[in-house]
Design a binder for this molecule. Sequence first.
Ligand SMILES: NC(=O)c1ccc[n+]([C@@H]2O[C@H](COP(=O)([O-])OP(=O)(O)OC[C@H]3O[C@@H](n4cnc5c(N)ncnc54)[C@H](OP(=O)(O)O)[C@@H]3O)[C@@H](O)[C@H]2O)c1
Length: 252
Amino acid sequence: MRIDLTSKVVLVTGASRGIGNEIARQLAASGATVAVHYSNSPSDAEALCKEIGHGAKTFRADLGDAGAAIRLFDEVVAAYGHIDVLINNAGIAELAPINSPDAEWIASWDKTFNVNTRSTGILTKSAINHFKSRGGGRIIYIASRAAFRGDSEDYLAYAASKAAMVALARSVARGFGKDGIVAFVIAPGFVRTAMAQDAIDAYGEEFVLGGVALTRLTEPSDVAPMIVLLASGLADHATGCSIDINAASYVR
Ligand SMILES: NC(=O)c1ccc[n+]([C@@H]2O[C@H](COP(=O)([O-])OP(=O)(O)OC[C@H]3O[C@@H](n4cnc5c(N)ncnc54)[C@H](OP(=O)(O)O)[C@@H]3O)[C@@H](O)[C@H]2O)c1
């Protein structure tokens, strides 16, 4: 099987670092033109574009801001003329202990939902309207094992925000398939990035590796190939599915 994404424009949110960065690399390696979204890491995003080529450009948006999410999609369409695939990858996981002051806990809940869920919803809305006018498109949601298994007691908002993302993806798949729009969920377990490092620092490496059936922690390069396959169109009849990439740390 050969995957050729030449002439496909793919918007990857949170491509400056971590899993999104590797997704962008692997998409470009298959010929895609990648719109590299970032928020606070401009130099990482610029460096990635230089490295991967194929017309990759950077786009800045703080996805905690609803207006910025709307503008992001429009700016990418203005730059390339169209988008074929949207990959909702940007996300945050904030530690919010249950005994923290109410105002702090609520602020963290809102921030988590604004970035992980509200902006994902806004980008989804823009993508559906754009894809409808083009006869179709693909949306891939990077959710989490936490959406299905739940998370630890300090990450309640994170787990809930990712579960909302799963329901969103399923609704898109069921509601817009006749418009040629397909949607997929990727549910990673711990993946070695800055985000996982926060959990490793909080709970220790032994805790993180504890439930993993394989001998090492999952790397971004273990996650990205599945996204390239889904972006290609070769797996469109899996629309609505959720794919676990968690080294059998949670088997459902
Ligand atoms: N790592 C894991 O163990 C794991 C497990 C399951 C699911 N996931 C999910 O996988 C996705 C990627 O995670 P990761 O581990 O690669 O995280 P990461 O290394 O922390 O990178 C997060 C990315 O999201 C962007 N981002 C963060 N806050 C943003 C904001 N307010 N507005 C716009 N962009 C923002 C960052 O951009 P800037 O740096 O430019 O601000 C960065 O590119 C997330 O949705 C996460 O929930 C991760």
